[in-house]
Design a protein around this ligand. Structure first.
Ligand code: 13P
Length: 255
């Protein structure tokens, strides 16, 4: 399985930033001969920049992802964007269930499950985010929370479809705090998620789903995180905003 390095720009960026970023990233990647054989790089800018980024990356092995999507195909849903619209722009990946959306926009596991199914139905790759808060970990409830988030969102999904999805473990306490989960903590949760998938969908599917870690990933900790057997990549926020910090994270993910 290739390692996935996904940059989530959140609500940051501009047309100028995209224009500067693309050549800097491509020039940097050109230094890592054969990088595309072991890594899949995805950039997830805000909606308005998806089209221009996808156009700039035509012909390069770098995918473009969205940070959210509607589960509905069309209709009276002011402000929403459908899976088909993303595909129409050349987007192939989409983050769903990010903890910032769960918390600030009250997204439920069932609602996130609808998005998961809508993306899989039209062949886009969902990145389903899960992860506990600090209070939940302190109360030793982190495994239960993640179990619920994974199983509820994937309830009506077939094994064949789930094999085309990605899961990202992002402990809420590690996001934007500078305090990453230790490689061992992350690996333990990834193994737990893999086991859940095995029980629910079978070993073959469980073995095909990349499980990414996210939460304060940076050039200094990426190598140790990536050395863990159950970590198949990273979902990077702040450090993906500049190619100078994203490139060394990619380099640490090459095998
Ligand atoms: P940071 O890397 O900024 O902690 O953000 C992680 C994240 O939420 C990626 O989706």
């Amino acid at each position: 399985m290739k390692n996935w390095i996904v940059g989530n720009w959140k609500m940051n960026g501009s047309q100028d930033a995209v224009t500067d970023y693309v050549p800097a990233l491509l020039n940097g990647l050109a230094e890592f001969t054969g990088w595309e054989k072991s890594a899949r790089v995805v950039l997830c800018p805000p909606y308005p920049y998806l089209g221009m980024l996808a156009r700039a990356l035509i012909g390069y092995p770098i995918a473009v992802g969205a940070q959210n999507v509607s589960a509905q195909p069309q209709g009276a849903l002011t402000g929403e964007v459908s899976p088909h619209m993303l595909a129409d722009l050349g987007v192939t990946v989409c983050i769903i269930g990010h903890s910032e959306r769960r918390r600030q926009f009250a997204e439920s596991d069932d609602f996130i499950g609808e998005k998961l199914r809508a993306l899989l139905e039209i062949g886009l790759t969902p990145i389903l985010c899960v992860g506990e808060t600090l209070a939940e970990r302190d109360a030793a409830g982190h495994m239960d929370v993640v179990r619920r988030q994974v199983l509820r969102a994937t309830e009506d999904v077939s094994a064949e479809a789930l094999a085309r999805a990605i899961i990202a473990y992002e402990p809420v306490w590690a996001i934007g705090t500078g305090v990453n989960a230790t490689p061992e903590q992350a690996n333990e949760m990834h193994a737990f998620i893999r086991n859940l998938l095995d029980e629910r969908f079978g070993a073959e599917t469980a073995g095909r789903v990349p499980i990414l870690y996210g939460g304060s990933v940076n050039p200094a900790n990426a190598g140790a995180l990536m050395s863990q057997p159950e970590i198949n990549g990273t979902l990077v926020g702040g450090a993906s905003l500049k190619s100078e910090t994203f490139l060394p994270i990619i380099e640490h993910s090459l095998t």
